[in-house]
Ligand binder design. Structure first.
Ligand code: CTP
Ligand code: CA
Length: 224
């Protein structure tokens, strides 16, 4: 068994993964969220762990759980909490993969009491959250940094802009256009784009298979 372990390709690597949605509170009983289930991130975590990596999985609210002992699950709720947890671990990891569907905006003021029903309309003022992935790109040293991109138009161009803006090594472009891909679907249609501009379109696959493809990219990177 010792021999088997020593042959696993990611045995001496630590991988940080973000997963799931974030919940941004409006008042004590309400929040702004999204339909991410966390499945993609949890699948990547399992695949990385099965290849021998030490995994730190930082997840927003999700019904998924982890069984493998080399996955440490850190549960968070808001983008701010996810930001803090990521920066707590980032300098000790070799790879970071941002698969979380982080809210782009949060309520500017969180009401301390439940908002009462009053006028015919209600306006919430929102402010930008921190871009977690871009902030990791800014402090990156030798880490291999992987982001996701969800685009509905000019997909390749927009994804390439995200590689530049966030200082990424690789981006996983997620296409919503194709039938049966994305949030709440068991399948994803992804295209890999690296920082040199190499474009690799993949077939429509299950999220487990996409997770395998992503982990193989990392293994190839360290064997190159
Ligand atoms: N991301 C992040 N923190 C945020 C927003 C996004 O870490 N506050 C990460 C996501 O986890 C993903 C990547 O950035 O890996 C791209 O997310 P996406 O929503 O596609 O892009 P944005 O930069 O948020 O831009 P936009 O939504 O306007 O396309
Ligand atoms: Ca976004």
């Amino acid at each position: 068994e010792d021999d088997l372990l020593s042959k696993l390709p990611l045995r001496n690597k630590t991988i940080l993964i973000t997963a799931g949605p974030t919940y941004e509170p409006i008042d004590p009983v309400r929040f702004i969220g999204n339909r991410s289930t966390g499945k993609m991130g949890f699948d990547i975590a399992e695949e990385a762990a099965s290849k021998g990596a030490q995994v730190i999985l930082i997840s927003g609210p999700s019904s998924f759980n982890v069984k493998m002992k080399n996955i440490t699950l850190v549960r968070v709720e808001t983008a701010e909490e996810m930001y803090k947890a990521c920066h707590q671990f980032f300098d000790k990891v070799d790879v970071a993969i941002a698969s979380a569907a982080v809210a782009d905006y949060k309520p500017k003021n969180v009401e301390s009491q439940k908002i009462k029903k009053k006028d015919a309309t209600l306006t919430l003022e929102l402010e930008k959250t921190k871009d977690i992935l871009a902030s990791l790109g800014q402090v990156k040293k030798n880490q291999f940094l992987i982001g996701f991109a969800l685009e509905t138009e000019n997909e390749i161009e927009h994804a390439k802009q995200k590689i530049e803006k966030k200082n990424l090594d690789l981006i996983v472009l997620n296409s919503l256009n194709d039938k049966g891909a994305g949030f709440g679907h068991p399948t994803n249609k992804v295209t890999f784009i690296d920082k040199l501009g190499t474009i690799e379109p993949m077939d429509l696959k299950s999220k487990e298979e996409v997770a395998i493809d992503i982990i193989n990219k990392i293994i190839t990177h360290y064997n190159a």
